[in-house]
Design a protein around this ligand. Sequence first.
Ligand SMILES: [Zn+2]
Length: 135
Amino acid sequence: MTTCKCDNCDWTGDESDLRCTTAETPHLKLRIDAGATVPAGECPACGCLAYLIDEGTGTYTVMLLRPDYVTGGDLETFLTSAKADTPQKAVDAARLEAMTADNVEEGNAIDYAVLLVIAGEHDDLTYLIDNEGVK
Ligand SMILES: [Zn+2]
């Protein structure tokens, strides 16, 4: 599923809904500047050029180790998924989420050690933790 957006009106939709594809777009060379982003095709609503929406972000699954002052010395993890454009930003978001969840007012985000950062959403990790005792 690819989502496109019209440059002129507020139409957004799937690439397959475009009036025509890039290759079929009439007078394409006259309609875009050299070096400009190549459009995905023509907007079905108004016929202007439509472009692929730059997602720019991905989903990362982050597993953190809660600090001792939260768990009282037990090994406890915090697992979440965050949308971010870099893994580091996903970690930052996850740490903030963990601190909020744990009501950590004082303390540092870096107290939450990063155990794992992987691209995508991985619900099965929760299963693994619950059932295999991976903490
Ligand atoms: Zn349009």
